[in-house]
Design a protein around this ligand. Structure first.
Ligand SMILES: *Cc1c(COP(=O)(O)O)cnc(C)c1O
Length: 407
């Protein structure tokens, strides 16, 4: 966002996140508006091709959000009532909600304290005859264990769904996030590596699965009827007076489409993607340099042979800190106009999960212990060296203030 547009906010405020929108995105949206074709058109297909190419997948299906994409992926795999899906309690709530939306039951397994992703051994131990899928998340974009999860899924003949909503541009052992398992799903909310305002993308090399998602995306229309050439602007049944397959619905579907306007923002962002990733890596390095000598701060642990595009920059306080101390540190940073947040509270301890499944503190001790000590720092493409200085100094100040209270 141009600085001038945020001038009405506090001039010193360093927000947690800020979208990076240039004139390329604005021009692309204007071109769509002038074209007269606002939905189901060529720009969505262009966006799909760009993301498919970037993630080494044959098919990509754009949709209205990451949540919508995950919901369709589960439905397309035939997951429903009576099924169990193994997933992580340390994530944004959508990765688990989509399992409930499909009518199935999430089965949580605890995480590894270093990478913050599901412990592969615990994952394998949790598989039962009712397990119909593994829904793995690259927590905070960390691609750790994706190859291991893929192997377990293959060995046990269970599909792996990759919730890579935080990992566009990340990779491990030369493989892009989004390329593991049967299907991957990205999200494009404004705080992600790229944004379309709201939006998502399913990626897969399974044509039937992609076709099913295209149908689910557009009210359960037959595959051909759900494609651009058959939209009302150009009825599929050439020469016929009817709307052809446009008004034929073969299954319960949704309106999970992405408009051409949103897709245009995505195309412009994907064209600048290398530059976006370089900027995010530079900002992450700025924080690493400034924080690595503080013994109270645990920096992100990255697996060998991995590439990070950095969804957010989350540090952890050492185990001597309590949740209350962490919360006071975040509140103190905010008082100093530094956007900070507690990414992520454990999903199993969210009110409606506790109520419905009877979860209680202590059920997933590692996830809970990690989640009590995380602090997300301001992170966006044009964060400056001076802003990184200010954020790091403010964090240091708040830490010493808590330390003083103890003595
Ligand atoms: C952002 C996110 C989602 C959901 O994406 P939306 O586009 O906001 O629906 C799902 N899972 C994870 C892990 C996310 O971070």
């Amino acid at each position: 966002m141009p600085r001038a547009m945020s001038a009405t906010m506090s001039t010193h405020e360093i927000p947690l996140s800020r979208p990076d929108i240039t004139s390329a995105e604005m021009d692309a949206v204007e071109a769509v508006m002038r074209s007269g074709r606002l939905s189901i058109g060529p720009v969505q297909e262009q966006f799909e091709q760009l993301v498919a190419a970037r993630t080494d997948r044959e098919h990509a299906v754009a949709c209205s959000s990451g949540t919508a994409g995950l919901h369709m992926a589960l439905l397309a795999l035939g997951i429903g009532p009576g099924d169990e899906v193994i997933t992580t309690p340390f994530s944004f709530i959508a990765s688990s909600n989509v399992i409930l939306m499909a009518g199935a039951r999430p089965v949580f397994v605890d995480i590894c304290p270093k990478t913050l992703n599901m412990d592969p051994q615990k994952l394998e131990d949790a598989i039962t005859p009712r397990t119909k899928a593994i829904l793995a998340v690259e927590a905070l974009g960390n691609p750790a264990y994706m190859p291991e999860y893929e192997q377990i899924a293959a060995k046990r003949e269970i599909p792996l769904i990759e919730d890579c909503c935080e990992a566009l541009g990340c990779a491990i052992k030369g493989r892009a996030c989004g390329s593991f398992g049967r299907v991957g799903v990205f999200g494009f909310y404004p705080n992600k590596q790229i944004t379309t305002g709201e939006g998502g993308m399913i990626v897969t090399s399974d044509k039937r699965l992609a076709d099913m998602c295209r149908s689910l995306r557009s009210q359960g229309r037959p595959i051909a009827g759900a494609l651009p050439t058959a939209s009302p602007a150009t009825p599929g049944n050439a020469g016929s007076a009817t709307m052809g397959s446009w008004l034929l619905h073969e299954r319960l579907g949704y309106n999970y489409r992405l408009s051409e306007l949103h897709a245009a923002v995505g195309v412009a962002q994907m064209r600048r993607f290398d530059q976006i990733v370089q900027r995010r890596q530079a900002v992450a390095r700025m924080y690493m340099e400034r924080l690595m000598s503080n013994p109270d701060i645990i920096l992100p642990t990255l697996p060998a042979e991995s590439v990070m595009s950095w969804f957010v920059f989350v540090v952890r306080l050492s185990t001597t800190y309590t949740r209350d101390e962490r919360d006071r540190i975040i509140a103190g940073m905010r008082r100093h106009d530094v956007g900070a947040a507690d990414y992520f509270p454990c999903i199993h301890l969210q009110p409606f999960y506790r109520e419905r499944f009877g979860y209680a503190p202590g059920d997933f001790p590692i996830a809970e212990s990690v989640s009590a000590r995380t602090i997300a720092l301001p992170f966006f493409n044009d964060l400056t060296e001076r802003e990184a200085d200010f954020v790091s100094q403010t964090l240091g100040l708040m830490l010493s203030r808590e330390n003083l209270k103890r003595t």
